[in-house]
Design a protein around this ligand. Structure first.
Ligand code: ADP
Ligand code: MG
Length: 157
């Protein structure tokens, strides 16, 4: 398993990293986001949305589970599956994962059984002060290349 770590020191820096990542993404890509409440999952998703030129404000879809943003370069399907913990409800995930947009899943560990085998797994950990350690684990060669491109691009940040 390949693990790529980086540390951000502010909300803006996390958004910047996510925005850069978005520039390497393509339709049908799936990002899973894990990390405690407040770790920065939704903040990261906002950066992805910015990178896709989505102007609509991104808010946490905790109660709706999924929100679709279609005003950018590619559709963004933003899921927060926190409420599905312990249930085996399938809300039609496949339609999104294999759809025309990019899917970002907050609390992805709660729908493990439904996730594609190949995803880019991102886990956010609290660091000291406002810092966050962001861990990227690519599953499959496609996502490995994406992470390598990202890390080449953010060196020195
Ligand atoms: P989650 O979706 O994981 O529950 P949010 O993105 O909603 O988390 O909230 C993260 C909070 O942490 C925001 O209030 C944000 O301003 C703050 N924050 C502080 N430092 C950082 C950082 N380095 N990266 C991301 N968010 C940060
Ligand atoms: Mg959130």
């Amino acid at each position: 398993m390949d693990v790529f770590n980086l540390t951000t020191y502010s909300e803006d820096e996390t958004k910047e990293i996510a925005e850069k990542l978005a520039s390497f993404l393509n339709r049908g890509d799936v990002l899973t986001l894990e990390g405690d409440l407040g770790a920065g999952k939704t903040t990261f998703t906002k950066g992805i949305a910015k990178g896709l030129n989505i102007r609509e404000n991104i808010s946490s879809p905790t109660f709706t589970i999924i929100k679709e943003y279609i005003d950018g370069k590619l559709p963004l399907y933003h899921m927060d599956v926190y409420r599905l913990e312990g249930s085996d409800e399938d809300i039609g995930f496949e339609e999104y994962f294999y759809g025309k947009g990019i899917t970002v899943v907050e609390w992805a560990q709660f729908i493990k059984d439904y996730l594609p085998n190949e995803v880019l797994s991102i886990t956010m950990h609290y660091g000291e002060n406002q810092s966050r350690v962001i861990e990227f684990v690519p599953y499959g060669p496609y996502y490995r290349t994406i992470v390598e491109n990202l890390f080449t691009n953010v060196k020195g940040l």
